[in-house]
Design a protein around this ligand. Structure first.
Ligand code: SF4
Length: 70
């Protein structure tokens, strides 16, 4: 992820709860907390500038999603 994309994504870009779904035409940012907490949207509106669920990932980036469904 380059610096420009990081700016467009906001906090999700470095959050441990974020998952990236990549398709041939685009990338979607998914919040895994949405599955267990209704305060969060599965596909948050970007950029996310403030979020009560934000936790920085030790790896410095999101994990790829297992599937691109739903
Ligand atoms: S908890 Fe917040 S910052 Fe983290 S992935 Fe979900 S919406 Fe993005």
């Amino acid at each position: 992820m380059d610096r420009e994309e990081s700016k467009q994504v906001g906090l999700c870009a470095s959050c441990r709860h974020a998952r990236v779904v990549t398709t041939p035409r685009s990338r979607f940012w998914l919040c895994s907390l949405a599955a267990v907490d209704p305060r969060f949207e599965k596909y948050p509106r970007l950029p996310v500038l403030a979020c009560p669920g934000y936790e920085v990932t030790p790896e410095g980036g999101p994990a790829p999603a297992e599937d691109a469904g739903e």
